[in-house]
Design a binder for this molecule. Sequence first.
Ligand code: SIN
Length: 276
Amino acid sequence: MHYPIEVAQLSPAIGAEIRGVDLAREVDDACLGRIRQAWRDHLVLLFRGQRLDDAALVRFTSRFGALEIAPLFQGRRFVENFPEVMIISNVKADGREIGSLGNAEAFWHSDLNFVEQPPAGSFLYAYEVPPVGGDTGFANMYAAYETLPEALRARIAGRRIQHDARFNSAGYLREVQVPDALHPIVRTHPETGRLALYLGRRANATIEGLPADDSEPLLDALWAHATEARFTWHHQWRAGDLIAWDNRCTLHRRDSFDESHRRVMHRTQSCGTRPN
Ligand code: SIN
């Protein structure tokens, strides 16, 4: 199906809404090309009012690249027959959580920064959202790098961060332990060739080869800069929203919400390459 889509910028820093497309139907290559160009230009795309089941979510999002298999959750699949789909939710069924991250704040991070090849893109579809809270914020790491004061740039040139794998973005200990990964603090986006800050997540990160007395204040200064409001945009969800973010050049975070409210999101993510 060909849709003459409209691309509407959502903030000066980051994000665009794609209007005029029904993602439950097959999208033709020309339309997909425009969507992917908008993704490169705006880093985060919002599609409102979609009606996606897991098959449609997997079909559309796999056109951004091969999808990763979601990790097992409490020893089982999140969604039977759709191993690519993970659930982000605070809902419990029969006393068990149906998804991860609960209702707490999720601190600024990029997804799976602690593995050798973090995902390229993440795709989050909202089934149920709370009336207030649970907003998701995004920050533009090209802009953060491009505006980094020269003195800070010089101090991180050629340096790498050791990314800690133990805790997720809501502070929970992970079920499966993987070794930490080392990635350059400035990475080159493999599609656009642009340089981006790549900070991963703050907790327990260290800069390779620096004593803690140097590494900690330097990381604090980088994080303070990267998360300035001028690089960010926050999204208030409605059921039926799909957001696609480029995990290679963005950070994201989520507000907490009242635990008595339900929030149910299904997510896929596409395979990435080693940051360099
Ligand atoms: C995440 O941090 O990956 C999830 C974001 C959200 O729940 O909005």
